[in-house]
Write a protein that binds this ligand. Structure first.
Ligand code: ATP
Length: 379
């Protein structure tokens, strides 16, 4: 596959055939009575990876995390950590710690006592505890709040106490269930970067559950997109966005336009798709598909150009009318109603202050895109 961009460029053990997975879900199924919450799921996570489980409410993300932590056992299948089968190992004996959405801080204890709690329980000598707590307070930048109680802290500070407490015991894997769920949008964004820095600094493996796609895209090395107890795709944020392998994933992450049709012709490099109402587009070959097969071309709004005249330099140009325009400051979003009735969403970055080809409601307009601007999906 062509390069789709990467943030931690040197870190991609999943592409290394010799790399050993750290966490392995092997055909894991979890049933609650008749209900299957996780369905024959297999997944591997690597050491020092920031891995996100993304999916709508009820898709089984938390159940997966709880099985890894040891709060639930799989109905069938195996979970391995560093090659060791975890079945039967109680939560406190696993090198795994979980940070809950509610944070579950002790309200009557100071910040430092909250952080020290697990260490005391473990029987760590007092001077070592003091040293570790000081280290943790520094790590999450809460040194001056050591003596406060949780109710004297802001939501973001409470989140950091919970984080410090869950990494104090130096687990190898930290599981985070909606770690930023209680924070407002701005604080969430700041905290996402803090979490990434912290994970890098500690060299831990993070598995985070979220239903927020932006959050998963921002933080994770790879994302598993889940639906109804199954994994739909595991890939880097860029791959998930630029090369979704199913309609579900294409729809789940970001905005997308779908051109439905049948394969009219297939040459060595391109596929010509005929839409139900006659419009034709030419796209690069991406999936196996024979003539007459039903096919979908999925393309993101920012890959579509809108213009008042038919552009000369492209094979794919479809005519319609401006149906809606939304000026958002940094970009403008157009809804173009094509002559066959389909509404196409296109977004244009407002890179300069003056628009050369301004379009407004009811104007005739062309949408155009390159054959490699989207992906062909067959499922
Ligand atoms: P959310 O984002 O809402 O937490 P989730 O993807 O984490 O959703 P899970 O908590 O894993 O979802 O739950 C998956 C499904 O399993 C849900 O339909 C839930 O009702 C069901 N479920 C979870 N725990 C139990 C249980 N102990 N008994 C019965 N059903 C359960």
């Amino acid at each position: 596959m062509k390069s789709l961009g990467s943030i931690r460029r040197d870190f991609a053990p999943w592409n290394d055939p010799n790399a050993k997975p750290y966490i392995q879900f092997d055909n894991v199924t979890k049933k609650f009575g008749d209900f299957t919450a996780v369905n024959n799921l297999s997944l591997t996570i690597f050491e020092r990876e920031f891995f996100a489980l993304l999916g709508a409410s009820g898709c089984g993300k938390s159940t997966l995390l709880r099985m890894l932590a040891g709060f639930e056992e799989p109905t069938s299948g195996r979970i391995l950590l560093d090659g060791q089968d975890l079945r039967g190992i109680p939560p406190h004996r696993r090198p795994v710690n979980m940070m809950f959405q509610s944070y579950a801080l002790f309200p009557h204890m100071t910040v430092e006592n909250n952080i020290a709690f697990g260490l005391k329980q473990e029987g760590m000598p007092k001077p070592d505890i003091e040293k570790r707590v000081a280290e943790m307070l520094k790590l999450v930048k809460l040194e001056q709040f050591a003596k406060r109680k949780p109710h004297q802290l802001s939501g973001g500070q409470r989140q950091r106490v919970a984080l410090a407490r869950s990494v104090a015991k130096r687990p190898k894997v930290l599981l985070l269930d909606e770690p930023l769920g209680a924070l407002d949008k701005k604080l969430r964004e700041e905290t996402q970067f803090e979490l990434m820095d912290l994970q890098q600094e500690l060299g831990l493996t993070f598995v985070v559950v979220t239903h927020d796609q932006e959050e998963a895209m921002t933080m994770a090395d790879r994302i598993a997109i889940m639906d109804k107890g199954e994994v739909m795709q595991v890939a880097t944020p860029a791959e998930v966005y630029e090369a979704p392998t199913s309609r579900f994933v294409a729809h789940f992450v970001g905005n997308v336009n779908m051109f439905e049709g049948k394969v009219a012709e297939r040459t060595a490099n391109t596929t010509r798709i005929k839409g139900a109402t006659g419009a034709e587009i030419v796209v690069d070959n991406a999936a196996e598909s024979s003539k007459g097969a039903d096919i979908v071309f999925a393309i993101r709004p920012e890959k579509i150009k809108v213009s008042s005249k038919r552009p000369a330099d492209t094979v794919n140009a479809l005519e319609g009318e401006v149906y809606d325009v939304a000026y958002l400051g940094d970009m403008t979003v157009y809804h173009i109603k094509l002559d066959d009735g389909q509404i196409v969403r296109a977004s244009a970055l407002n890179a300069s202050r003056i628009t050369e080809d301004p379009l407004t409601w009811n104007d005739r307009a062309w949408v155009s895109f390159r054959p490699d601007a989207g992906v062909v999906l067959t499922r």
